[in-house]
Design a protein around this ligand. Structure first.
Ligand code: NDP
Length: 327
C-alpha cells in the first residue's frame, strides 16, 4: 500500500499544526504550505518540526500551487489557509474575499489541473449561517452570512460543492463551529480569558476587561475538530458536515470555568466595558447539530467545555512560568 500524502495549506495555524500532528501519527507524509518563513509559526510547528515538508506559497499564486502539487503529489489536500479572525474581516474585506473565497477556487483549479482524483477538504465555517434561519443549524440550513468573513466562506463552500457536481471531484466542506486550543492567538476570546486567568493567578495582571458576558457560542476543542476533517476524506462519498458540540455556553460560563481552573472567583477580577460589545451584525446564536458527522463519520467530541478551559489555562500557566515567558 502506498503511503498517503497530505498537503495542508495554513499548516502554521492552530488547526493546520494539530492536523499535521494527527496525520503524521496515522502514517501520512505531510506537506505544509506557509505564506511566511517557518520561524513565524515556531510555536505551532514545534511538535511536528522536522517531520513536515514545508513550502512557502500564497494561495493566490496559482502557478505556485500547481507546481507544489506536481512536485509533492498529494492524495489529500486540506485547505485551511484563510484570515480567521472574524471581526478583522470588517477592516480587511477585500483581502478576506481574495484569500478565503478566491484562494479556495485557486486551490480547486490547481487540483483539477494536476490530478482531479485528489481528495479535497475545505475549511467552511458556522459563520456562513450568519443570522441563522433555524437553531440548531444542520447541513440543510440555508446559508445567510452577515460578515465579510462569512460571505467569503460561503463562496468557498459553494464553489467546493460546484466542483463536486460539475467535475465529480471528491470535495468535502467541514462547517466547523468555534474550536479552541492553547494555540489560539490572544485576540480570540477563549484564549484571552485563559491567558488572563493564568496571569492574574500569578500576580502578573490585575483585571480582565470583556464585552457582553451573555453572548453565547458553541465552543469545542480543536483537536477533536481536525479529526473530523480527516474522517470526511476517508468516506466512500464526499459531502458536507456540521462539526459542533451542539451545546452553547455564555461568555460568563467560559470565564467562570477558566477562573475555577486557578481557584479564583471571576467576579473579583472581571470588568465589562460596553465599548467591547459586538454589534448585532456579529451576535448570533450559532449552535450546530452534528448528527450527520456522528452518524456517518462516527465522530464524537472527546474534550468537554470545562476540560477545554482547564487545558488552555494550564498551558498559559506553563507559558508564563517558562524562563522566557511570552503570551
Ligand atoms: P489560523 O488563523 O490559526 O490559521 C490560518 C492559517 O492560514 C494561518 O497560518 C495563516 O497564516 C494562513 N493564511 C492566511 N492567509 C493565507 C494566505 N493567503 N496564504 C497562505 N496562508 C494563509 O486559523 P485556524 O487554524 O483556527 O482555522 C483554520 C481554518 O478553519 C481557517 O480557514 C478558518 O477560517 C477556519 N475555521 C476556523 C474556526 C475556528 O474556530 N478555529 C471555525 C470555522 C472555520 P498567517 O498566520 O501568516 O496569517
Amino acid at each position: 500500500m502506498t503511503t498517503p500524502r497530505a498537503f495542508i495549506t495554513g499548516v502554521g495555524g492552530q488547526d493546520g499544526s494539530l492536523l499535521a500532528a494527527l496525520l503524521l501519527d496515522k502514517g501520512y507524509e505531510v506537506v505544509g504550505v506557509l505564506r511566511r518563513e517557518p520561524s513565524a509559526y515556531a510555536e505551532a510547528l514545534a511538535p511536528v518540526e522536522g517531520r513536515v515538508t514545508l513550502l512557502e506559497a500564497d494561495l493566490l499564486d496559482h502557478a505556485a500551487l500547481v507546481a507544489s502539487l506536481r512536485e509533492t503529489r498529494p492524495t489529500e489536500v486540506y485547505n485551511l489557509a484563510a484570515p480567521s479572525f472574524v471581526p478583522r474581516s470588517w477592516d480587511e474585506p477585500i483581502v478576506t474575499a481574495e484569500f478565503a473565497a478566491v484562494g479556495a477556487t485557486s486551490m480547486l483549479e490547481a487540483i483539477r489541473e494536476v490530478d482531479p482524483g485528489i481528495r479535497f477538504y475545505q475549511a467552511s465555517s458556522s459563520e456562513i449561517f450568519g443570522e441563522p434561519r433555524e437553531t440548531p443549524q444542520t447541513e440543510q440550513t440555508a446559508p445567510s452570512p452577515v460578515t465579510p468573513y462569512g460571505v467569503a466562506k460561503a463562496y468557498a463552500h459553494f464553489i467546493a460543492g460546484s466542483y463536486r457536481r460539475k467535475y465529480g471531484m471528491f470535495t468535502c466542506c467541514g462547517i466547523l463551529y468555534n474550536h479552541e486550543s492553547p494555540l489560539r492567538p490572544v485576540d480570540f476570546l477563549p484564549r484571552k480569558v485563559s491567558h488572563a486567568a493564568a496571569a492574574i493567578s500569578l500576580g502578573l495582571e490585575d483585571e480582565l476587561v470583556l464585552g457582553d458576558l451573555s453572548a453565547r457560542r458553541d465552543w469545542g476543542y480543536a483537536g477533536d475538530y481536525v479529526r473530523a476533517m480527516w474522517l470526511m476524506l476517508q468516506c466512500d462519498q464526499p459531502g458536507d458536515y456540521v462539526v459542533a458540540t451542539g451545546v452553547s455556553h455564555s461568555v460568563e460560563e467560559l470565564v467562570a470555568c477558566a477562573f475555577d481552573a486557578v481557584s479564583l472567583d471571576w467576579r473579583e477580577h472581571v470588568r465589562t466595558d460596553s465599548a467591547l460589545f459586538r454589534g448585532a451584525s456579529e451576535l448570533h446564536d450559532l449552535v450546530g447539530d452534528a448528527s450527520k458527522a456522528r452518524r456517518v463519520l462516527g465522530w464524537e467530541p472527546e474534550v468537554g467545555f470545562r476540560e477545554l478551559l482547564t487545558l488552555m489555562v494550564e498551558a498559559d500557566l506553563a507559558r508564563l512560568q517558562a524562563p522566557a515567558a511570552s503570551s
